[in-house]
Design a protein around this ligand. Structure first.
Ligand code: F6P
Length: 553
């Protein structure tokens, strides 16, 4: 296969992007009264309107040709077939098996993984139901009123994002808390108001060796031992107030969590793709297993769409291709995720890990340095708050930032008047980004207000908007478990397609290792009260200053 930048479609896209009208979205609308309809798709209960992007029929054709030339369909098939596409760790990538609702076997090395997946789901159902209905209680007989998930990265952001999204459905369940930061403030502030007798900790960690998580887990265990009335032994406390979601059964046992409280998963589930596995236990505890099942069903519906829909109407594929168009041909370095839903406030952070840990790579699958841009910086915040913070930059900054607006037509909280205002703002912002405002329009308005001449000219430049700023809108009727499942799966497949085109391994994360290793060395230095000679000057000086401040020198 020719190198990416040597492919015909890539070269044609470069030429296509060099046209003077390449960014003229307003012009595309003017020439096509059916554009909004023709550039919208529906799948798994989600509507994607991508008409406010600078893509014409020809652009889409060229992007689809790029996908074909990059064997995206074949790579997709390889993932669904359980082939070892995570080439640096020699693992299959099968988060899709976790939500497979069909009888289709999914095999790794000829062995169907579905019976194991279903067995863990069954145990998750039983455990979550017995905690929720009070059958399973703490060591002193109190039902669990609070559940604390201890995890970080995918073992935190996934369940946290979903739990926040489904808060309106969290009735009659225990309260859920998340502790991720090794900063003691996080654990201390979380447990401050909790009753140890009624608290269940879930240690969520694929590896069960992550420094932050294990430090928090040990301190939580200590807190229970110190504060639990009648705490007899470590074993009884850990046995009754802890559960774990992990692939490392040796370490969960060594921590003292009995096997019946350990919910396993497999090395073919990446951390940032793990919320569908046992890592989803806190979700099931908070909102009930039925909702968790709906979440899986929503993701499965998107998986099936992605696997089967023809390329030109395939939602994850098109979302990914538009992203490639922005990143590689229109030079947008970042991408904003703007959920108009307070309940989706963690979504930008989750997508940040999903996208940036997957596609923040500069080495291709053959081990060569790539000669093109890969994953963009993902950022964002819920609307309407972002409007009063960084939208200035989106509308008038020198960089063009493609935006995803995400919104549900109905609110789960009632408050209809609030929701109408929220919806109006969401729609108006994408309209404003597209339409802009010419200097003449501003002058006219200023004149109507009695501001004329030089003063009007001076102000008009500041008050006009370039417009033609791209966005997609993802609309759903309700923000419920099914649509949230579909939404996250949509982004997972988008990231997959982009990684497939960029020829990078989206499923490893070696870039996090160096800092982890150095942190251990620095920790030794901080404990010893001096800087070892291997550090650079700045690092050594910082260690010395800190030691001095802490009275360790
Ligand atoms: O350091 C990055 C990372 O490995 C993520 O990929 C992962 O989600 C997170 O750490 C937590 O890992 P674990 O679940 O093994 O504790």
């Amino acid at each position: 296969m020719a190198r990416l930048t040597e492919r015909n479609s890539w070269k044609a896209l470069e030429a296509h992007a060099a046209r003077p009208q390449a960014r003229d979205i307003v012009g595309l609308f003017a020439s096509d009264p059916r554009r909004a309809e023709r550039y919208s798709l529906e799948a798994a209960g989600l509507i994607l309107d991508f008409s406010k992007n600078p893509v014409s029929d020809q652009t889409v054709q060229l992007l689809l040709a790029l996908a074909a030339e990059s064997s995206v369909a074949e790579q997709t098939q390889a993932m669904f077939d359980g082939r070892r596409i995570n080439v640096t760790e020699n693992r299959p990538v099968l988060h899709i098996a976790l939500r497979n609702q069909s009888q289709r076997p999914i095999c790794v090395d000829g062995r169907d993984v579905m019976p194991d997946v279903r067995a863990v789901l069954h145990r998750l159902r039983e455990f979550s139901e017995s905690v929720r209905n009070g059958t399973l209680r703490g060591s002193t007989g109190k039902p669990f009123a609070d559940v604390v998930n201890i995890g970080i990265g995918g073992s935190d952001l996934g369940p946290l994002t979903i739990y926040s999204a489904l808060r309106p459905f969290a009735q009659r369940g225990p309260r859920l808390h998340f502790v991720s930061n090794v900063d003691g403030a996080h654990l201390a502030a979380t447990v401050a108001d909790l009753d140890p007798e009624a608290t269940l900790f879930i240690v969520s960690s694929k590896t069960f060796t992550t420094q932050e998580t294990m430090t928090n887990a040990r301190s939580a265990r200590e807190w229970l031992l110190t504060n639990l009335n009648g705490a007899e032994s470590l074993d009884s406390v850990v046995g009754q107030h802890f559960a774990a979601a992990s692939t490392n059964l040796d370490e969960t046992g060594a921590f003292g969590i009995p096997p019946e409280r350990v919910f396993g998963f497999w090395d073919w589930v990446g951390g940032r793709y793990s919320l569908w596995s046992a890592i989803g236990l806190p979700i099931a505890l908070a909102v009930g297993f039925r909702q968790f099942d709906r979440l899986l069903a929503g993701a499965y519906a998107m998986d099936e769409h992605f696997r089967n829909a023809p390329a030109h109407v395939n939602m994850p594929l098109l979302l990914a291709l538009i992203g490639v168009w922005h990143t590689n041909f229109l030079d947008s370095p970042t991408h904003a995720v703007l959920p108009y839903a307070q309940d989706l406030s963690w979504l930008p952070m989750h997508l940040q890990q999903l996208d940036m840990e997957s596609n923040g790579k500069s080495i291709d699958r053959a081990g060569d340095t790539v000669e093109y841009t890969t994953g963009p910086i993902i950022w964002g915040a819920p609307g309407t708050n972002g409007q009063h913070a960084f939208f200035q930059h989106l509308h008038q900054g020198t960089q063009v930032t493609p935006c995803d607006f995400i919104v549900a037509a109905k609110s789960e909280w009632g408050m209809a008047e609030h929701h109408e205002i929220l919806l109006a703002n969401c729609i108006a912002q994408s309209e404003a980004l597209l339409r802009g405002r010419t200097k003449d329009e501003v002058l006219e308005e200023l004149q109507a207000r009695g501001i004329k001449g030089q003063e009007a000219q001076r102000l008009a430049a500041h008050r006009s908007f370039p417009g033609n700023r791209p966005s997609s809108t993802i609309l759903m009727e309700r923000l419920d478990a099914h649509s949230v499942g579909a939404l996250i799966a949509l982004y997972e497949h988008k990231v997959f397609v982009q990684g497939a085109i960029w020829n990078i391994n989206s499923f490893d994360q070696w870039g996090v290792e160096l800092g982890k290793g150095l942190a251990k060395e620095v920790l030794n230095d901080l404990r010893a009260g001096h800087a070892s000679p291997d550090h650079d000057q700045s690092t050594a000086a910082l260690i010395k200053r800190i030691c001095a401040m802490r009275g360790k020198q």
